[in-house]
Design a protein. Structure first.
Lengths: 266, 293
């Protein structure tokens, strides 16, 4: 297996952020340490991304922020992948009235911009990381459900499924053994893209003030803070923006490369 | 039908979620009697199915109710803000097409050129960078450092430039990719080869035969993305303080102004559905075969 340099870089970045997220408990004390003698310090050797409006070091905050920003993304994608796939596969395999109603529900969810629904939901649930997670899951499952349903509809008609049914295998066995494995590749590619989308969406909600509350650092809320001091301390903007972009671009790139490798058509 | 589903979803969402608008309006110190009075006045004391029925009946008559906060009619509040969002979305779409069409076309025709590589790299980046990252960065560069544009000029023409650029560039990235893929696919078709074999000038082959057929998939993406654009506009409007529908929605959410949130979300969703219908109709104009099918 050969790997293009850009793929390798993307992979390293994603793994790096994952490690930062896991080290969160160790990073947090430094990231939330207020130092009022060092407000809005521009990048220097001792604080190489500068400090924010409470004198906290931005570099450490960006690292510590990975836990909330990426953690929520990963959990949302995992939950959405599981529920959406189950929903789509069952709808398509059951067929008939179940599928007719099931597909309609997917249509309704697809009919509005997901981020708007998430904003609305997070808004009525109230700010907080947990509620952002719920709001994003409520939106995230639809894409997987639609994909899993379409895949299953095609696979259902294949000979090996018919044979399985003729041999009297129970439906659950057919789904797990004959259908699900064949839907895996496109779903994994979709999950990679979804990861980029969800990390961005979480940051979006945090940017609107709906996400994790202070003092917990998250990239979205850091960008929100930086906006308020744009004229005084423009350096505050760079760290969280770069972090967010690195994750989003890497995940999208990896999704692209996986899709090419497995030759999945969209 | 879909609109009805969306309306139901929005209604359920707002009414089943925890949080009490009456409390938000009166504050925690208000007496029980005051709360009950306000609740009755707003119709919030009725059982849920009855509230749902009133809500649907109002919708059918084009009545979105009144804002809990300002007592202004929701329809009027939306009508005031809608032109701003429409201007923003329109400008963004125009910008996106102006960037994406030539770039996508060029990279389809000159495969392997440096510009093609650049375009595809820009496309990945453009798709990955959200508006609340691009927006502040653009603001920093053009308004703070270069000083070409005002930092805060919400609602004016000069203030439209940066938000439109923010929204438009992301769309342009996606669009350029689509244009390139579509044109390249069409150029492989037999009718292009035969047109060339008949000795038609390349210009004519391109404009009459290739572009018209490549327009279809591109149109689909434009239609789909316009909807996403409306969603993205919510955040972009917050970044720049643009007084459009998005800002109104967020304000309404923060105040738990149920009727206003309902109205905003419904209007945005309805425009989304409407745009998709329009796209289907345009299909027929571009490719008469789809009408017969």
């Amino acid at each position: 297996m050969t790997m293009r340099p850009s793929t390798a870089i993307a992979l390293v970045l994603v793994v790096g952020w994952a490690i930062a997220a896991l080290l969160h408990p160790m990073l947090l004390p430094e990231a939330t340490g207020v130092d009022l003698s060092r407000l809005f310090v521009p990048p220097t050797a001792s604080a190489w991304l500068g400090t924010d409006e409470l004198g906290r070091p931005i570099a450490q905050r960006v690292l510590a922020g990975a836990a909330v920003s990426c953690g929520i993304g990963v959990v949302v994608v995992a939950v959405s992948l599981a529920t959406g796939t189950a929903y789509g596969v069952v709808c398509a395999y059951a067929g008939g009235a179940v599928d007719a109603v099931g597909a309609r529900i997917i249509d309704v969810f697809m009919a509005f911009p997901g981020i708007l629904l998430a904003i609305g939901l997070a808004g009525v649930l109230g700010p907080g990381a947990g509620n952002v997670l719920i709001a994003l899951c409520a939106v995230g499952w639809v894409g997987f459900a639609r994909l899993a349903r379409a895949q299953t509809l095609a696979i259902k008609a294949r000979d090996h499924v018919t044979v399985g049914r003729a041999l009297g295998s129970p439906p659950l066995f057919i789904l797990l053994r004959h259908v699900l494995p064949l839907t895996a590749a496109p779903l994994i590619v979709e999950a990679t893209f979804a990861l980029a989308a969800m990390v961005v969406a979480e940051a979006g909600l945090s940017f609107l003030g709906l996400g994790a509350q202070p003092p917990t650092p998250s990239w979205g809320s850091m960008i929100r803070q930086a906006m308020q001091y744009l004229l005084v301390a423009p350096h505050m903007l760079l760290g969280p923006c770069a972090a967010l972009m690195s994750v989003a671009i890497s995940a999208n790139l990896l999704g692209d490369r996986l899709r090419d490798r497995w030759q999945i058509k969209r | 039908m879909v609109i009805l589903g969306v309306a139901t979803l929005v209604f359920l969402l707002l009414h089943l979620a925890p949080g009490d608008p009456v409390e938000a309006m009166l504050g925690e110190s208000a007496g029980t009697a005051d709360r009950a009075a306000l609740r009755a006045e707003l119709g919030l004391d009725a059982p849920l199915p009855l509230q749902y029925w009133r809500f649907l009946r109002g919708l059918a008559a084009g009545d979105f109710g009144h804002s809990l906060h300002t007592r202004e009619s929701v329809a009027q509040a939306i009508a005031e803000r809608l032109p701003y969002t429409a201007a923003l979305a329109g400008a963004a779409l125009g910008l996106a097409i102006a960037f994406a069409l030539p770039l996508g076309l060029y990279s389809a025709l000159r495969a392997g050129s440096r510009l093609e590589t650049l375009t595809s790299v820009a496309a990945v980046i453009g798709m990955s960078v959200p508006s609340f990252v691009l927006g502040p960065l653009l603001m920093l560069v053009f308004a703070v450092w270069l000083g070409w544009l005002p930092v805060a000029a919400a609602g004016t023409a000069a203030g439209l430039v940066l938000p439109a650029l923010t929204l438009g560039l992301a769309l342009a990235a996606l669009l350029a990719r689509m244009v390139r893929a579509a044109v390249r696919e069409v150029l492989d078709e037999d009718y292009i080869k035969s047109a060339r074999a008949r000795g038609l000038p390349e210009r004519r082959v391109l404009w009459r035969h290739a572009l018209r057929n490549a327009a279809l998939p591109v149109l689909t993406v434009v239609g789909m993305q316009l909807g996403a654009l409306l969603g993205g506009a919510v955040i972009t409007e917050m970044v720049f303080g643009w007084p459009g529908l998005g800002q109104l929605t967020i304000e309404a959410i923060q105040r738990r102004d149920y009727p206003l949130v309902q109205g905003c979300v419904l209007v945005v969703s309805a425009s989304y559905v409407f745009i998709n219908m329009l796209t289907d109709l345009l299909y027929g104009l571009c490719d008469p075969r789809t009408v017969a099918a």
